[in-house]
Design a binder for this molecule. Structure first.
Ligand SMILES: [Zn+2]
Length: 146
């Protein structure tokens, strides 16, 4: 039994490490479209963003309902975690907003802005309505990458 357990944990460890490629770039599948779009929006604006050492995952330990839709961590490998219940809503623009906000912290080293600033980096829901308007969304994305 002990052998089985250590064999199983060896397999689990092996599968964890194999999830990471050599660039330590691992994006959870449900979040990949948003992260890809972030890189596209950066490229469109001529902004180079690191394309390695990034982990983006979803987690049930956060909930958008208590206002913690996402979280980012700095370090050798920046990490972004997005609340699973937010992704479950299927509200693609809101998910995009939260992913961009967190990647703004993790990859662009942006800090929070004041509530009346016109920025994706305003914490909370203050700019969600603007983000859902196509023209304003473009301005907000321009601001993020400027
Ligand atoms: Zn933030």
């Amino acid at each position: 039994m002990k052998t089985l357990i250590s064999l199983l944990s060896a397999m689990i460890l092996a599968s964890c490490t194999s999830m990471l490629d050599n660039n330590h770039f691992d994006i959870e599948s449900r979040l990949k479209p948003y992260v890809d779009q972030f890189y596209q929006d950066a490229a469109l604006r001529g902004v180079r963003v690191q394309h390695e050492n990034l982990l983006v995952s979803e987690t049930y330990s956060l909930s958008y309902k208590d206002g913690a839709a996402g979280k980012s961590y700095h370090g050798d490998i920046p990490m972004v975690r997005i609340a699973s219940d937010l992704i479950d809503t299927g509200d693609t623009l809101k998910i995009q907003f939260v992913v961009y906000h967190e990647l703004g912290h993790a990859l662009l080293y942006r800090s929070h802005m004041a509530n009346d600033d016109y920025s994706i980096m305003v914490p909370g829901d203050y700019r969600i309505a603007d983000f859902k308007n196509p023209d304003r969304r473009k301005e907000l994305i321009d601001e993020l990458f400027q």
